[in-house]
Design a protein around this ligand. Sequence first.
Ligand SMILES: [Zn+2]
Length: 343
Amino acid sequence: MKNDIKEMPKVILHLHLDGSLRPETVREWVSELLGKEVNLEEIKKMLMVEKGCRDLNQYLEKFDLPVKVLQSGEHIKRATYELYEDLAKQNVKYAEVRFAPSKHLLGGLSYDEVVQSAIDGLQSAKKEFDIDGNLILCCMRGDDNEKDNIETVNVAKRFLGHGVCAVDLAGAEALFKTENFEKIFQMAKEYNIPYTIHAGEADGPESIRKALEFGAQRIGHGVRCLEDEALVRALIENKIPLEVCPISNLQTQAVNGVHPIGELFKKGICVTVSPDNNTVSNTDIIEEYEYILNNPNLTIEDLIAMNKNAAMNIFGTDKQKAELIETIERYKDERKDMGIDEK
Ligand SMILES: [Zn+2]
């Protein structure tokens, strides 16, 4: 089973750059900053969520250190490069990595410099490893940051098709309701920038409804749609993909007990799987797949189908989409040739 998971070509739609830093790299940066060696275990404690995390708000505290160390172009470039390198090792063929440019201005970088640095990291990784991808720029939930969010949509417009593929809305969903952010998505729509919105994670179905009303083409998490049958039907009818991140959902207590990804999938919702934050959640795509095979009891074929869902709903180009679908179909055919029948 482990080999099947490893070899499967994978597509990731929902992964935060600042939540996926290598602890070793952060240790190096913090040591430089302090002028003394810091302990790796200490750094890990600051980066990874503990057992018994109460909710999304507490989970978000783990982003304090990553944001502090990602204030130079060099660090942003290296972090992006290293993340894509890590993903390539897990046979991820395409990943949309997201971050909020507005959080990386404290060292004097401009919006354009922040985004360009991440693109540089992505481009060097693409040259060296068998992986493709694009960046999603996150607007942030908050009550006095509309200016930053407008800037974020503007920078996305400038880099759209040149390494940036979409915008998002991230942050404390229960504290700052989706309904308050209509203006930025009107802007994105006007500029023809695709968008996904974190919704139905810390807040309920109403948040997802708002995201759909605003025209989100994908929903980040969306697990709490299960509280509303009519909403589930709407997601199915409109073929709206959910970017489901099981382990993160369990940690933030968006769901309790066994993750309902099996239920979402069997109802006919367009389910895709992502790790959300490799480091903060102490996970990766392989661990997510193992969890899914062991707990909600789905099959390898179901995971292949979820990867195809993801491939069909990337915000990248039609060419990238076609290549990914072909890779996944080829992998399916190879399995058939080897006599591994579909269940
Ligand atoms: Zn997320």
